[in-house]
Design a protein around this ligand. Structure first.
Ligand code: FA5
Length: 358
């Protein structure tokens, strides 16, 4: 009888370790505790045990019966809990609204270049500002010393809304707002240093280096005693950081009513190496970043005293910069929506591969 009890204990232990489902445990309950189960067999055999040992044998059977009941109950609860958890995890893991097999996409090359230039200016203490795409005649022209009927407007025809507003032709349209915003800081002794990237629109004859929708990044620095040497220093630093390679630049006089003196900063075309190609209109040079000292009228219009403060401004052609960076021969690629072309611009290298077709 003792041996049989121990055998039951042993076989129960083995089976409960292997039990994986509540149904396995139910079968064990029948096999061990059921009417015709192994414990019932033992109870039957109790009849044959001598009277003086019956009590002890009965106690042992009771002990093992209770232990088996408790074990089955405990393991059943554990398995039910594990199953519930599994169901929850499965429900959470499956989201029928998730698209299947769609590529995550990549950043547009203009975004990549813009972020890179922003970072360069941030490290030089410039704040990054934002501005509207729809603005008005005052901000886009008049506040920039370009009164109505000024010939400089001819270069920047744009799209007008029935409200009288217009799509901004240049990031310079934000200059007046920026001057007003930073006036107090300036007067408290903090120089104004801000860049403001943005999309510009012009009613333009489109070719390999002109689009009707393109990006610029404007920059301004205003403080006491800002001079052309500061302007040249920042332009040089920016270009060497952006290109990370030797490039040939030229600075020549340029006319913009909102700067005096004004300059055109051109870079030698990186597509043809200066020989002349459609990307640079066969001149070997690309107008990239006009700049100059902010005109006193523009400072006054922004509430800044031109007798006390001076400053410089520049307007970097971001789309053209992206052309040079990635060796894109035709500016129209950027607005072309051709994913095959656009998704390849992910590297950070500024080298222009020999025969890279965009
Ligand atoms: C301006 O827009 C002035 N606001 C820049 C400026 C700012 C001058 C501050 C002085 C002080 P411009 O029209 O040249 O200037 O344009 C500036 C740059 O934008 C150009 O050198 C060129 O790189 C880019 N750009 C101009 N028009 C287009 C176009 N249609 N397509 C692509 N890029 C263009």
């Amino acid at each position: 009888m003792i041996e049989k009890t121990e055998n039951i204990r042993k076989s129960f232990k083995e089976r409960i370790e292997q039990a994986r489902m509540p149904a396995d445990l139910e079968q064990m309950r029948i096999d061990f505790l059921g009417k015709k189960g192994q414990i019932a067999d033992l109870m039957n055999e109790l009849r044959n045990v001598p009277n003086e040992k019956k009590k002890e044998a009965g106690q042992r059977i009771n002990e093992i019966k209770q232990a088996i009941e408790a074990e089955i109950q405990k393991k059943t609860a554990e398995l039910i809990k594990a199953e519930e958890l599994r169901q929850v995890q499965m429900a959470e893991a499956y989201d029928e609204s998730m698209p299947i097999g769609i590529n995550a996409g990549s950043y547009h090359p203009i975004t990549l270049v813009q972020r890179e230039v922003e970072e360069i200016f941030r490290t030089m203490g410039f704040a990054v500002e934002d501005y509207y795409e729809i603005t008005d005649d005052y901000n886009c022209f008049e506040a920039l010393n370009i009164p109505k009927h000024h010939p400089a407007r001819d270069m920047q025809d744009t799209y007008y809304l029935s409200t009288g507003q217009l799509l901004k032709t240049q990031t310079s349209a934000a200059q007046n707002m920026i001057l007003k915003k930073y006036k107090k800081d300036l007067e408290a002794g903090m120089p104004l240093r801000a860049i403001f990237p943005g999309r510009c629109f012009r009613n333009e004859k489109i070719d390999a280096c002109h689009e009707n929708t393109f990006f610029q990044m404007e920059g301004m620095m205003v403080d006491k005693d800002i001079s052309i040497s500061n302007l040249i220093y920042f332009m040089k630093t920016m270009l060497s950081e952006v290109f990370q390679q030797d490039i040939t630049v030229r600075l020549r006089p340029g006319f913009f009513p909102f700067v005096e003196p004004g300059f055109e900063l051109d870079i030698q075309c990186l597509i043809c190496g200066g020989d002349g190609c459609p990307s640079c209109k066969n001149s070997g040079w690309l107008e990239l970043c006009p700049c100059g000292m902010i005109h006193p009228n523009v400072l006054s219009e922004g509430g800044i005293d031109p007798e006390k403060y001076t400053g410089f401004a520049f307007g970097l052609g971001m789309t053209r910069l992206a052309m040079m960076k990635y060796g894109v021969k035709d500016i129209r690629v950027f607005n072309g929506c051709n994913l095959k072309s656009l998704s390849q611009f992910t590297d950070k290298s500024f080298t222009v591969p020999e025969d890279k077709e965009a």
